[in-house]
Design a protein around this ligand. Structure first.
Ligand code: NI
Length: 133
């Protein structure tokens, strides 16, 4: 299999975390660590596709970026049938945390979470899922 090189932009803090992760797990280099993380996440995603699951999407963002809130709202209105509730916490002057409780097909929840997490400007986003049947 041919190997393709590409460049990645990361916040300094995140890069520091990656380097620590690479060191802790004795990976030869960043590429090896990243490869492992990507494979692990994609395999997990596939594994969860056919199950009914419950979980939460957690997002952290700066509320001064108005586009984020508008876009997140728009997306959530397209997924009414899987969203159980959402909670908003004001963390400090700038940052907000939103926790969206969800239940439904893993595939649907993954789609929802991918859309939310990929909104430009989101500081941190994660989907947690557990089997619910
Ligand atoms: Ni807030």
């Amino acid at each position: 299999m041919s190997v393709v090189r590409f460049s990645v932009s990361l916040e300094e803090e995140l890069l520091k975390e990656l380097d620590e992760y690479v060191k802790d797990y004795n990976f030869a280099n960043r590429s090896q660590g990243l490869r492992y993380l990507i494979e692990k996440n994609i395999v997990e995603k596939k594994w969860q596709c056919n199950n009914i699951v419950a979980g939460a999407v957690v997002m952290i963002y700066d509320h001064h970026k108005k586009d984020i809130i508008a876009r997140a709202n728009e997306i959530q209105h397209d997924y009414l049938n899987v969203i159980l509730s959402s909670q908003h916490y004001h963390l400090d002057h700038d940052m907000c945390m939103e926790i969206i409780a969800v239940k439904g097909k893993a595939k649907t929840l993954t789609g929802l979470a991918d859309k939310l997490i990929s909104i430009k400007g989101i500081r941190h986003g994660k989907l947690l899922m557990s089997k619910a049947e």
